[in-house]
Design a protein around this ligand. Structure first.
Ligand SMILES: [Cu+2]
Length: 172
């Protein structure tokens, strides 16, 4: 009886096991669905990440673009006032470039490479009265003279020691 009962008990346990085996596929389905869901979620997350990555590069470039304009206007606005410089070289052939067009606030530097003493003086020769700040005086070979032009206009100058050497600064 006990054995049969044990056997009988085993059978229900086997049945229970079979039931549990019968339920296991459900859990396996759940696990399978869970794994599939995780895979799908992982794929979606990956694509979203990749899209975000692709989207982040433009979004990071747009912030840098937006940052760049915010910083570059400041840099250029400060650069327009302080950093923009142009150079006119005085050679034996005269001022080069003979006509220089600049924006207001640009600093112009004349560099004497003519091998002789020269001057930068406002026109007209010899009165030098058109724009007195442009009467920068004399500079020798290798030296420089500088003037920042703040107001738009056309400023003509010449080398007073060789008046045929003339130049023009156009300030826009
Ligand atoms: Cu002169």
């Amino acid at each position: 009886m006990t054995l049969s009962c044990d056997l009988f008990k085993i059978k229900p346990m086997d049945q229970g096991n079979q039931d549990s085996y019968g339920k296991r596929p459900l859990w396996q389905w759940v696990v399978i669905y869970g794994v599939i869901g995780l895979i799908v979620y992982g794929l979606v997350y990956y694509f979203v990440l990749s899209k975000r990555g692709v989207y982040n590069t433009p979004s990071t470039t747009t912030p840098t673009e937006t940052v760049a304009p915010t910083t570059s206007p400041e840099a250029t606005s400060s650069g327009v006032e302080t950093l923009q410089e142009e150079t006119v070289i005085l050679t034996t052939n005269g001022f080069a470039p003979a006509t220089l067009t600049i924006k207001a606030g640009t600093k112009v530097t004349w560099s004497n490479r003519g091998g002789a003493n020269a001057t930068v003086n406002s026109s007209p020769h010899p009165a030098h009265t058109d724009y007195p700040p442009l009467n920068l005086g004399s500079f020798s070979q290798g030296e420089t003279l500088s003037l920042t032009f703040d107001k738009p206009g056309t400023y003509k100058y010449h080398n007073h020691l060789s008046p045929s050497q003339t130049g023009t600064i156009v300030v826009e």
